[in-house]
Design a protein around this ligand. Structure first.
Ligand code: HEM
Length: 457
């Protein structure tokens, strides 16, 4: 039967409450099931977001990523984050205001700037590695969170004093999305009853007020600092940035963008690092090649980069990116009305057989010497909303992995793959990647001792 233009993409005959529960508690199985039954494009009914049309079709994804700012709104789709990141955040704005903030933020994240941040990234990893226990299992995801947090504090905020670092870290952890996200997901319902809303968010509002105060104090001090123009950190660059009318960011804008950079850049990079180790360590040939490259003074980093990209393919941290439709929009022949949501399905696009051939295989080689199109490999989203920190994250992951591979022998505690679980908005490894490490030199010493003939004892 010919498809009517008014049809909506298929959805299972289940009420929104059941679909929402499947999406929250069994997202991976739900996505594979939907694809098996309906193909690349389907509709899911979610309690908070309404009807979301998800698509893994590369042509449709390309259309979304090349749309004009007034046709599709990502900021409106991200609005659940507004209480954490603030109303001036690039994440929750659209059109002109979004463009202004994005232009102001982009220069310090340009690929050319990465070398300036490398030393800090290496030093922070070395300090973390020195603290890790030897020969005892620990959770890598928690440790990678500490590394990425310290990198943001040093490289983005320019904070080096240990006490000040601790103060920022504590206040930042207190507003972490992981801690509060479930409550914000209830906001559309809770906001109907002010007393419930006040009660639900009293703790968050206090923590956010504390954090904002600290941030404004830092911004004021840094505006007054005589060395602002010579500093390499991102906050110093943002303080001096001006838009085309010559206006700089206000304190409130700066504060919101700084929180955004922490929220968008900290847990995402930490979780990607943890997944990359989870995958590498279960593929000893891959890990050995990463180690060899890292310990080779002439190693180019090409292989580790390919490993990171392949890990982001198999374990994208965000499963989809959403856009609210502002003008009639067609997806796979279905004409959608303004107000509905279209979402490039990152996860299913990365597991598309027609694109990848063997999507279930962990094969970093597929990225060597090639960069797949943005409509088939999209861990950082795309178009005018593509992740501002993509180069930063890829660079940081390379530096951290190389540093660990140089200094340590690393082994996985578990051999079986970890389940993908939802942590707030990210897809994380269920067991936090338990590993054991030894110093490279200690192992070398051990093997020398092991080789000592018994007669010599
Ligand atoms: C592996 C780590 C990361 C992943 C997987 C990731 C992924 C993403 C994704 C999927 C989006 C949404 C894009 C879209 O809607 O099309 C996004 C947006 C964003 N990311 Fe990242 N990100 C990572 C690291 C970072 C870092 C390190 C920073 C900065 C320090 C950062 C800053 C941002 C910002 C500011 C946006 C909003 C862009 C806009 O709306 O214009 N991200 N990221």
């Amino acid at each position: 039967m010919a498809r009517r233009r008014t049809d909506l993409p298929p959805t299972p005959p289940l009420p929104a409450v059941v679909q929402t529960a499947l999406w929250v508690f069994r997202p991976i199985q739900f996505m594979h099931w939907m694809r098996a039954h309906y193909g690349d494009t389907y509709r899911v009914k979610l309690l908070a977001a309404g009807d979301v049309v998800a698509t893994a079709n590369p042509q449709e994804i390309r259309k979304v990523f090349t749309a004009k700012a007034e046709q599709l709104h990502a900021g409106e789709a991200n609005v659940v984050l507004a209480p954490i990141v603030g109303d001036n955040s690039v994440l929750v704005l659209d059109e002109q205001r979004h463009l202004r903030q994005r232009r102001l933020l982009l220069p310090p994240f340009h690929g050319d700037r990465m070398r300036a941040y490398e030393v800090a990234m290496r030093e922070i990893t070395q300090a973390a590695v020195a603290r890790w226990p030897r020969g005892t299992a620990f959770r890598l995801r928690e440790e990678s969170q500490a590394i990425t947090m310290d990198v943001i504090l040093r490289v983005v905020f320019g904070i080096t004093d240990p006490d000040r670092t601790r103060e920022f870290r504590d206040r930042m952890n207190a507003i972490e999305p992981q801690r509060w996200f479930k409550r914000f997901a209830l906001l559309p319902i809770a906001s109907r009853i002010p007393a419930v809303e006040r009660r639900l968010f009293a703790g968050f509002n206090r923590a956010k007020a504390d954090f904002d105060a600290l941030m404004l104090e830092e911004i004021t001090a840094r505006r007054a600092a005589p060395d602002a123009a010579d500093r390499e950190d991102i906050l110093s660059m943002l303080l001096q940035a001006t838009d085309e009318d010559g206006n700089a960011m206000s304190d409130d804008e700066l504060r919101d963008e700084l929180v955004t950079l922490v929220v968008a850049g900290h847990e995402t990079t930490a979780t990607s690092l943890a997944w990359t180790f989870e995958l590498m360590l279960r593929h000893p040939d891959v890990w050995q090649r990463v180690v060899d490259e890292a310990r080779d003074p002439d190693g180019s980093g090409e292989y580790v980069d390919a490993v990171v990209k392949e890990s982001l393919r198999m374990r994208p941290i965000l499963p989809l990116v959403a856009r609210v439709i502002k003008e009639p929009w067609t997806v796979d022949g279905y004409e959608l009305k303004p107000g509905r949501v279209v979402a490039p399905n990152i996860y299913l696009a990365h597991y598309r057989e027609a694109t990848w051939g063997d999507p279930e295989e962990f094969r970093p080689e597929r990225f060597i010497g090639q960069q797949p199109e943005g409509s088939v490999w999209l861990p950082f989203g795309g178009g005018i909303r593509r992740c501002i920190g993509a180069s930063f994250a890829l660079y940081e992951m390379r530096v951290v992995i190389q540093e660990i591979a140089r200094k340590l022998e690393v082994s996985a505690v578990r051999q079986s793959p970890e389940k993908i679980v939802r942590r707030a908005i990210t897809f994380a490894p269920g067991k936090d990647v338990p590993i054991e490490v030894e110093d490279v030199d200690a192992r070398a010493g051990e093997s020398i001792r092991d080789a000592t003939p018994a007669a010599a004892i």
